[in-house]
Design a protein around this ligand. Structure first.
Ligand SMILES: Nc1nc2c(ncn2[C@@H]2O[C@H](COP(=O)(O)OP(=O)(O)OP(=O)(O)O)[C@@H](O)[C@H]2O)c(=O)[nH]1
Ligand SMILES: [Mg+2]
Length: 323
């Protein structure tokens, strides 16, 4: 754990805002370390955040998420945008092997001062991703990124969790992986704002494209709802990436017009606040454990003089009094 003085932190925020990559990296490290200095940091960052469009990129292993992320960065840089990339691994508390290949793929952008790349692992102390990712996004946002790409590493339910962190969620599919069917099973159909049929240079891409269009046709949608876009791309060749960005822009326009952007961001803020509050409560309960309050109550319960619900209520009440 890095130790940093308050004066240091006061300095980090303006430096990050000025585009100092090292200051940005140190601020994200504070998030990863769950530093107590974050209170101060977030207070200084919040007034400068809210500008970046947050794009989540998810899909099965090997479908081309990292390749697509890199291709998207190339295209966004061509358009003069400043880009932040967070590679997050919700399923593992360690960053390591899986991210190594991504770093290699990102090498094209490693020296670009207008691209921030960061791998993050949720260390599992607090609310995991729902706690750390919005804070890391806020750092990148306040540092002047126009777009923040969140690429997920690892599989499972986390894909759905990650969708809650983004303004626009891209779900990548590839031909011949049975992905279209898998997507329906895993509930991924519901989270996608844009489907990208990647590896369109391979046979079967058209069938996958039709499959997914067909499934979308079956879903019920009210007037004014977003109809997920489906685009074909070959990220490894940089083909179709402009179409992907076109679909993202269209989605963003819809988000703003329909008021969904505000609602999504409020829901995200609610989850973040809840995660922070739960973390604080857990810490306070932990400190109670060091005192005698919990052991006294436990003795009452074990001795048959108090029921566990009443004991828990007293414990929670004592938290209120302690605040
Ligand atoms: N033919 C073809 N291959 C591609 C394309 N895009 C990516 N690939 C290849 O697919 C493999 C996996 O690509 P990645 O970008 O690492 O996929 P990923 O989804 O990030 O993989 P994980 O992070 O392991 O889940 C690599 O060998 C890429 O070169 C494409 O458009 N066409
Ligand atoms: Mg990857």
């Amino acid at each position: 754990m890095t130790r940093r003085s308050r004066g240091d932190v006061a300095d980090l925020v303006p430096r990050a805002r000025g585009g100092d990559a090292r200051a940005v990296a140190r601020l994200i490290s504070l998030v990863e370390d769950e530093s107590p200095l974050l209170r101060e940091v977030m207070g200084a960052l919040v007034p400068h955040a809210g500008h970046a469009h947050v794009v989540g990129i998810t899909g099965s292993p090997g479908v081309g998420k990292s390749t697509s992320t890199s291709a998207l960065v190339t295209e966004l840089r061509r358009a003069g945008k400043r880009v932040g990339i967070l590679a997050v691994d919700p399923s593992s508390p360690f960053s390591g092997g899986a991210l190594l290949g991504d770093r290699v793929r990102m090498q094209d952008h490693a020296l670009d001062p207008d691209v921030y790349i960061r791998s993050m692992a949720s260390r599992g102390h607090l609310g995991g991703l729902s706690w750390s990712t919005p804070q890391a996004v806020r750092v990148l946002d306040a540092a002047g990124c126009d777009v923040v790409l969140i690429e997920t590493v690892g599989v499972g339910q986390s894909e759905v969790e990650v969708a809650g962190l983004a303004d626009t969620t891209l779900v990548l599919l590839a031909p011949g992986m049975g992905d279209a069917i898998q997507a329906v099973k895993a509930g991924i159909l519901e989270i996608a704002d844009v489907f990208v049929v990647n590896k369109a240079d391979r046979p079967g891409a058209d069938a996958t494209y039709r499959d997914i269009q067909g499934m979308l046709g079956l879903g019920e949608r009210a007037a004014g709802d977003w109809r997920p876009q489906v685009v074909r791309a070959a990220a490894a060749k940089g083909e179709g990436i402009d179409d992907v960005l076109g679909a993202v822009d269209k989605h963003r326009a819809w988000l703003v017009e329909s008021g969904t952007l505000r609602r999504r961001r409020e829901a995200r803020a609610a989850a973040e606040v809840e995660a922070i509050a739960l973390g604080e409560l857990r810490a306070r309960l932990g400190s109670l454990r060091e005192g005698t309050a919990l052991s006294d109550l436990a003795a009452e319960v074990a001795g048959g003089r108090l029921d566990p619900y009443a004991a828990a209520r007293r414990l929670v009440d004592s938290l209120d009094r302690a605040s």
